[in-house]
Write a protein that binds this ligand. Structure first.
Ligand SMILES: [Zn+2]
Length: 287
């Protein structure tokens, strides 16, 4: 750890002890640090053999996949395989339990852009968690015949059985469908109870206006900065007692510089920690 990161780590340690509340924001970097790597070629070859054969080398290459480039069969073959790995092969990752232990006894709230359900599986109370971009567990109707959403895993397990491994397409009879109108289903960002979750998050932030608030951002980059990163900067400006700690490291192997920078207009209230989220959490627990 460099000197600046060490110094900011100590400030964070103190702030966690003394703050009235803790607001945690978590992005893909936290799950990557915990062991869900979208860059791991060995994992990809083992669990995504069809796609490996098609020339892909890691899950990260598929992040920007565009609907129009893939048939509906290919899309569901991919989602069924990917979500089966994330939700049913990968166990609850211990780093999440460590983060939960770090927050034990504190008045905290977590907002995440991760759809992988690791907070839920790690035993975080759902009334203190908002999954801003929904989760892999929910699907809805592609035709939006109604506002209902439903659990995705049973139909994804079924889709998995209907993948043609030559073409890597899910066969027609295995495609997840809307139980109300029969149209093909789609993964949705907003489950039916989305508004309630958002309201709990908003209430937590609004009622912290006069408090000493420790804002801890873990592994949030620039894929969707409007979800956590920019709002956290705004909260820090608006709440006089707030301090923002931005934990974000680079990955030299993929030429990723990391995004620990904090806004210049918050010199005494926003602190970068250019380090791995897991190592920061473990260092904070080693008191
Ligand atoms: Zn429908």
């Amino acid at each position: 750890m460099d000197e600046l990161t060490l110094r900011n780590l100590e400030l964070l340690r103190q702030e966690l002890k003394e703050a009235d509340r803790v607001l945690v924001g978590a992005g893909a970097g936290l799950s990557a640090s915990a062991g869900l790597s979208y860059l791991d070629e060995a994992v990809f070859r083992e669990y995504f053999p069809d796609m490996y054969r098609l020339g892909y080398r890691c899950q990260y290459e598929l992040v920007g996949m565009k609907d129009e480039e893939w048939t509906v069969g290919r899309k569901w073959a991919y989602w069924a395989t990917h979500i089966h790995y994330v939700r049913e092969i990968l166990p609850p990752l211990p780093l999440y339990a460590e983060l939960k232990a770090l927050l034990e006894g504190k008045d905290f709230f977590v907002v995440t852009s991760n759809a992988d359900r690791q907070f839920y599986r790690g035993g975080f109370p759902m009334d203190r968690l908002f999954e801003y971009q929904g989760s892999y567990d929910v699907m809805g109707c592609s035709r939006r015949c109604c506002k209902h959403t439903w659990e995705s895993l049973p139909s994804l397990r079924e889709a998995l059985k209907h993948i043609d491994h030559e073409t890597f397409e899910c066969r027609e009879e295995g495609l997840p469908r809307c139980p109300y109108c029969g149209a093909v289903a789609e993964l949705v960002f907003r489950p039916e109870n989305y508004e309630e979750g958002f309201q709990r998050y908003a209430d937590f932030v609004n009622s912290s206006a006069e408090m000493r608030l420790c804002i801890l951002e873990l592994g949030v980059g620039f894929n969707t900065p409007g979800v956590i990163r920019w709002p956290f900067e705004k909260f820090t400006r608006l709440i006089p007692g707030a301090k923002l700690f931005r934990v974000n490291r680079g990955y030299a192997d993929i030429d990723h510089p990391g995004h620990p920078k904090v806004p210049k207009d918050l010199p005494d209230r926003a602190f970068p920690l250019a380090w791995d989220a897991g190592e920061v959490i473990r260092a904070l627990r080693a008191d």
